[in-house]
Design a protein around this ligand. Structure first.
Ligand code: BES
Ligand code: MN
Ligand code: ZN
Length: 493
């Protein structure tokens, strides 16, 4: 979808759907052809007064805009960037529902007043792009491309904040990176295997971005026994993908690691059948990493540091050669691991990725994103992801990026006793604590990973609750959310 931005008078708007965004209590401004309809709506008491409330109006007489949507932004003092993103998402959704091919979103003077133009533009650009996203399934019935082709922001000539136009286009690009990650997330396991994920990553290479992927033979040479242990139960070979963005004069190197289980059946510790199809989403951490590189490639995000994207990717299936509970394997840094539960596989593919990244790139900081534990859903639900780290400053930076981007985080603790709980009688470490009975499963996962990053500042984001969402809302239409892409862009850009 094309997204543009301009300033101009409302009466010059020519579009299928003109969306007039106004704050509660304000009389919406409309072009002359809609004034009668507005008046009638007002008389009937039908002007929306709640956040996201809307009302469709039709013109009387000749009009450059086919229809007009009154969209209420709620109370002026509650209107923040997240609300603006959601409102833009609602506008895009209405446009699609009405089969409009074009849409113009007009924030009123009072919506714009006192607002930073860059923040406003980013929020509206992102919201429109993310809100218009629909996964196109490979289906005869359902493959209907979205009709909406052009969306724009029309700013009032008076009071348009500075920097808005450039920010709308950057926001749209950030949104496109999120949609790219959603597409990867929504693809079922047969259509997105580890090798196909590597092919997708390769397409992002070019310019200052270089691509490399290790196959299983190369991983064996590097003694990556943990990821290979996960992959051995499946016929699909695993990959370890690297995307290296080097701006040239970087002072720091940051590794961004994403869990890429293209399907997680649990292995021999098999998951229950109901809902297992959702484990297509177990590569959403890797999708966020690839989404970041999409944003770098499009220029939406311009990191000054060298950024290494690392994606360990595999299936987790109970094939005849699958690892068994109790098996002991060795990660590439020599650590031995007793695999008590083959369904705690994310930490196994990640530990090789973390240890290898640390040794090879000597990064100044590491961030990883993983759909690691069901426990995080119990702890924090579907709107907020968990952040756990070993360095307070780096954790705080991640939390701040979560807040500014709308990909919200909440910190959980990691103490020495948590780390001690991961020690095994039969190896250096075991891959689970005692499960449900002990509780704190999200922390256990992080405690395990912490052994492989050493002293390098590291923050782990458990996105199992936020990576996909059953309910549609604002700029989500269901399915993969693309969680993490905007957060990474804010953290690193
Ligand atoms: N991919 C799952 C985590 C998950 C579960 C994500 C539900 C989203 C929804 C992960 O590999 C897993 O199976 N984790 C286990 C860990 C346990 C065996 C310690 C879990 O959460 O049950
Ligand atoms: Mn699992
Ligand atoms: Zn998993």
């Amino acid at each position: 979808m094309r997204i543009s931005s301009k300033t101009g008078a409302l009466k010059t708007a020519r579009t299928d759907l003109l969306v007039c965004l106004f704050v509660k209590g304000e009389t919406p401004q409309v072009p002359p052809a809609f004034e009668a309809a507005l008046k009638a709506a007002k008389t009937a008491g039908d002007i929306p007064a709640k956040f996201q409330g809307s009302r469709l109006l039709y013109p009387s007489g000749r009009s450059m805009s086919k229809r007009l949507l009154l969209l209420c932004a709620g109370e002026s003092k509650k209107l923040d960037n997240e609300r603006l993103r959601r409102l833009a998402g609602v506008a895009a959704n209405k446009g699609i529902a009405l089969k409009a091919t074009s849409l113009l979103l007009h924030p009123s003077e009072r919506v714009c007043k006192g607002r930073d133009g860059t923040q406003l533009g980013l929020a509206l650009g992102e919201g429109l792009q993310m809100g218009a996203y629909r996964y196109q399934p490979p289906s005869k019935e359902k493959a209907k491309p979205v009709s909406l082709r052009d969306a724009g922001v029309l700013c009032p000539e008076k009071g348009a904040p500075k920097g808005l136009t450039a920010a709308v286009s950057r926001g749209a690009k950030r949104g496109a990176a999120v949609c790219f990650a959603r597409d990867l997330g929504n693809k079922p396991g047969n259509l997105l295997t580890p090798r196909k994920l590597a092919a997708e990553a390769k397409k992002l290479a070019g310019g200052k971005i270089r691509f490399k992927a290790l196959d299983e033979k190369q991983m064996a040479e590097k003694k990556m026994g943990a990821i290979l242990a996960v992959s051995q139960g499946s016929r699909e070979p695993a990959r370890m993908i690297f995307l290296d963005y080097n701006p040239g004069n970087a002072k720091k190197t940051i590794c961004v690691v994403g869990k890429g289980l293209t399907f997680d059946a649990g292995g021999i510790s098999l998951k229950p059948g109901a809902g297992m199809w959702d484990m297509r989403y177990d590569m959403c951490g890797s999708a966020a990493v690839l989404g970041l590189f999409h944003a770098i490639k499009s220029g939406a995000c311009k990191p000054k540091h060298r950024i290494i994207g690392v994606v360990p990717t595999s299936e987790n299936l109970p094939g005849g050669e699958a690892i068994k509970p109790g098996d002991v394997v060795r990660a590439c840094d020599g650590t031995t691991i007793e695999i008590q539960n083959t369904d705690a596989e994310g930490r196994l593919i990640l530990c090789d990725a973390l240890a290898y990244s640390k040794k090879t790139y000597k990064p100044d900081a590491i961030v990883d994103l993983a759909t690691l534990t069901g426990a995080v859903i119990i702890a924090l639900g579907h709107e907020i992801a968990a952040a756990i780290g070993n360095d307070d400053k780096w954790v705080q930076e991640a939390l701040a990026a979560g807040e500014s981007s709308g990909d919200s985080l909440w910190q959980l603790p990691l103490r020495d006793f948590h780390r001690d709980q991961m020690k095994s009688k039969f190896a250096d470490l075991k891959n689970i604590n005692q499960g449900r009975a002990e509780g704190g499963g999200t922390i256990s996962g992080a405690a395990f990973l912490s052994y492989f990053v050493g002293d390098t500042p590291w923050v782990h984001l458990d996105i199992a609750g936020t990576a996909w969402n059953q309910k549609a809302k604002g700029y989500y239409s269901g399915g993969a959310t693309g969680f993490g892409v905007r957060l990474l862009a804010d953290l690193l850009g």
